[in-house]
Design a protein. Structure first.
Length: 538
């Protein structure tokens, strides 16, 4: 009986294998950018005239089940926006190995009207300057200048926009940034910069050494990241204008409202970051920091009898974990730039930091939690609305450089993450929540005016607000030993800080101008009640 049953099961299994062989085969592969050799997400692949096909995942991989007849007789069509469509002839043996399909990107001119306009001006031969302007614009867009033959070079010049800069502390600032690529080592990457401020006569620097556990096409930050990284930096830092863990990047001109809110910061950090193809990412880090007072910012105790001299350097040690969940996260990657494939899925971010800081020789435990939710709403015919809501809380007693501030933008240029009109460190909190809503119109007034429609003009409306509180434990007293707060810093009342923006975006596909109006806290001394900004979004 057992022999008959075993024979029956074996016959059924062999029959299933035969049926599978007759009905179809599985074709596995990956779709890559032909220029940058990076994976392309959500590419459509199908056999002409059939419903047999697949869509590549966020890492560019696909699996197609198709009948042998279809594979032998029909071509595989591969389509992706911004790339040339390909038609590929396969054979029954195509399932024996992983296919690599390379799509050729459409030229920049189809994506960036300004770049094409400048190029055409140069082609006419009447003025050689537009040709060089075209080349410079190309470099800014790519954010990458190979040192040597672009096909064989091992080191790149990057962050080209930040070679010149200006701020009130450093005066004119020059910065040179270099980074290695896979041609020097396939998994070990080095990156960093050296900068010099002519007014404070100090060198600044940042060095990074990263090991990628996955193979990369060109550099370590390609999606999905799987890197361990060592970072050491010495540079200026403003607690009211920079998140402590964001890169210390500058855009040309720093505004004077950062006066009295600048420090010199030195830190060493070790972190590990992992991005997955199913939308969940996480990062662990540990950091040791020294924040030195600069300009008018000082660390002075309330009790002058006990601590007569200001503290020059605030030392801290902290570690943390950041979790990010972004369904269907994917990017189109070109050299050192990676652009999100879509912003329509909600993005959740949760982070917690724990550590200790030294205040006049004592050690204080430090806890901070941050949560953020971001979502783009597609309004169909009328445009899109981006909404960002966030919450932050410092749970423990902490000196003012480690508390919370509405993120103030120090430059003339647009930063959607930041408020524009507050002074650096104008408001201080240990608990705050905010919301930012950005509406970009479509098919409204500008689209009905032919010349404005041709130039790409779109209406822009933004509303930003933040409300916070400062608990008694973080108000400096002689008993708690906290530093006296900067002169420009105030505690918020029950009214949220709010500012509104009216602007024009997508001018020639690149430019954006804004008028910003301060809605609340307009009676404070020396406040900026309105302002203008210009941005070039490459």
């Amino acid at each position: 009986m057992k022999l008959k049953l075993t024979t029956l099961i074996l016959l059924i299994f062999i029959s299933c294998l035969g049926l599978s062989a007759q009905t179809g085969i599985f074709i596995n592969g990956v779709v890559l950018d032909a220029v940058n050799k990076t994976p392309l997400p959500y590419v459509g692949l199908f056999f002409e005239g059939t419903s047999q096909g697949d869509i590549s995942n966020s890492g560019g991989k696909f699996t197609i089940k198709a009948s042998k007849d279809v594979v032998s007789e029909r071509r595989l069509k591969v389509m992706f926006t911004g790339y040339e469509t390909q038609e590929i002839t396969l054979t029954e043996e195509s399932n024996l190995h992983t296919l690599k399909i390379y799509l050729v990107p459409v030229a920049h001119k189809d994506d960036i009207p300004l770049l094409e306009a400048v190029r055409v001006m140069g082609d006419e031969g009447r003025n050689i300057l537009p040709y060089y302007l075209y080349q410079i614009t190309n470099l800014v867009i790519d954010d990458n200048f190979p040192l040597g033959n672009p096909e064989t070079n091992k080191v790149d010049l990057y962050r080209l926009q930040e070679i010149p800069a200006y701020n009130h502390l450093e005066g004119v600032r020059l910065r040179l940034s270099l980074a290695t690529n896979v041609r020097l080592h396939p998994q070990l990457f080095a990156k960093g910069y050296v900068g010099y401020g002519f007014r404070d006569q100090k060198f600044k620097y940042r060095g990074e050494l990263a090991w990628s556990f996955d193979e990369k096409a060109y550099h370590e930050n390609e999606f999905p990241r799987n890197n361990i990284r060592l970072v050491h930096e010495y540079d200026i830092f403003s607690p009211g204008e920079n998140h402590p863990r964001l890169p210390n990047d500058f855009l040309l001109i720093s505004y004077r409202r950062s006066r009295g809110a600048m420090t010199y910061r030195k830190f060493t950090e070790l972190n590990y970051e992992k991005e997955t193809l199913f939308g969940l990412s996480y990062q662990f880090w540990g950091r040791m920091s020294e924040i030195q007072s600069a300009s008018d910012l000082t660390y002075s105790a309330v009790d002058k009898n006990k601590y007569p001299n200001p503290l020059n350097i605030l030392k801290s040690k902290n570690a943390g974990l950041t979790l990010r969940y972004w369904p269907e996260e994917a990017y189109v990657q070109k050299k050192r730039i990676r652009t999100p494939f879509s912003l329509r899925e909600p993005l959740f971010l949760l982070s917690h930091t724990v550590g200790e800081n030294s205040v006049f020789g004592g050690n204080e435990v430090y806890h901070k939690t941050e949560f953020s939710l971001q979502r783009r709403f597609d309004l169909d015919y009328y445009g899109s609305l981006d909404v960002v809501a966030d919450y932050q809380k410092v749970w423990t007693k902490a000196p003012f450089p480690l508390l919370l501030y509405p993120n103030a933008n120090r430059g003339f240029f647009v930063d959607n993450k930041a408020f524009f009109l507050p002074k650096g460190m104008e408001f201080i909190n240990d608990e705050q929540y905010g919301i930012r809503a950005t509406y970009v119109a479509d098919n409204l007034l500008f689209s009905r005016i032919p010349i404005l429609d041709k130039l790409g003009f779109k209406e822009l409306l933004i509303l930003r607000g933040v409300r916070g509180t400062l608990s008694n434990k973080n108000i400096p007293t002689a008993e708690n030993g906290l530093f006296v707060m900067p002169s420009q810093t105030i505690k918020m009342n029950n009214t949220p800080y709010m500012e509104a923006v009216v602007g024009i975006t997508n001018i020639l596909g690149v430019l954006r101008v804004e008028y910003i109006h301060r809605l609340t806290y307009r009676n404070h001394p020396d406040v900026l009640k309105y302002g203008f900004r210009l941005d070039a979004t490459f």
